[in-house]
Design a protein around this ligand. Sequence first.
Ligand SMILES: [Zn+2]
Ligand SMILES: [Zn+2]
Length: 427
Amino acid sequence: MRLLRTIVLSLLTLAQLALCAEDYYKVLGLNKQATEKQIKSAYRQLSKRYHPDKNPNDPTAHDKFVQVSEAYEALSDAESRQIYDQYGHEGLQQHKQQRGGGGGGHHDPFDLFSRFFGGGGHFGNQPGQRRGHNVEIKVTVPLRDFYNGATTEFQWNKQEICEECEGTGAADRVVHACPVCNGRGVRTVRQQLAPGMITQVQMQCDACGGRGKSIKHRCPVCEGQRVVRKPTTVTLTVQRGMADGTRIAYENEADASPDYVAGDLIVTLVEKEPSLEGEDNPDRVDGVFFRRKGDDLFWREVLSLREALLGDWTRNLTHLDGHIVRLGRKRGEVVQPNHVETVPGEGMPKWHEDGDSVYHKTEFGNLYVEYVVVLPDQMDSGMEKELWALFQKWRAKKGVDLHKDSGRPEKPVMHDEHEHEHEHEEL
Ligand SMILES: [Zn+2]
Ligand SMILES: [Zn+2]
């Protein structure tokens, strides 16, 4: 009986252990082939999502936040990742103990967070916590990507917390209290205004610029600035049917600094000017001729005189995803110049927040095709004679009255005098 209890107990302990030691890749939502960049990006997203400041009513968020930091720390370092891949959690624990002299000392997860987003590892709701400016960026997107949806990348020059010195500005990452102001950032200066009248003025410490901190050796990478500006790649997801001018906010992804919490990076999608040539349009999709207005698309199609008058023609439009839209008329069907045909369902996909869900049915706007009829500049003289004769014959047969045919009114509408005046004017 006692033995059984022991077994049950140890089983429970094992289960608990297993709970604590969840697979680091799973924690970050990645698989073992994940790249360094993917690991970083997963940390950026998940650490923000589970940050306790953002989840004041969810007690499990803190644990998840710690797990995400642990997973990132284990996988972001090439050596520890290799050990983890080979020997798992226990191997990593042993490695840490050997190196750090016992006590699997984790970094403070808030420190890690502040290395990514600045500030004190918290969002700007602490008193005195400053927030950086938002950064606005325009990204041009071809119409094709608005139609099909796309995941692309863009680069911008972002200020980041120096990784070399972890935002301390010091080569040894050690920050001392400023010896001039004793870390207070201000100096008290006594001033004599008049004999016997002395006042004390507080001035910013010029030795440390008011920060109250000093370093012995400047970090060689940021030269003591604590931040560096470098090209940063951001992944951009354009959802099907998003409007031209859509604004997408990346929370706390603007310029980072140890002094403040990073503001938001705000990306505005702008439709790219179409171009026939170039790597932008490898399949040379007819897309360059589509024009978008909200959820609808516009297209201009050219017909010859014969086609407009006699029918019996077809056109295959290659749509923005490569599917074919067939236009055409049977013999005898006339198309008037500048006629606009509505093709329902061949416009843009209508954007919907559940657009990517399998349960969401995508609806489309209309395609409007405007027909332009082109008359020949000059006709072959033989053809002209035959056509002329044909029309003459047709008129004679129908007894066409030339005056009637001209479309002018039967009787003069205006009075004689007026007509007189009119003639005068024309002279
Ligand atoms: Zn100072
Ligand atoms: Zn540095």
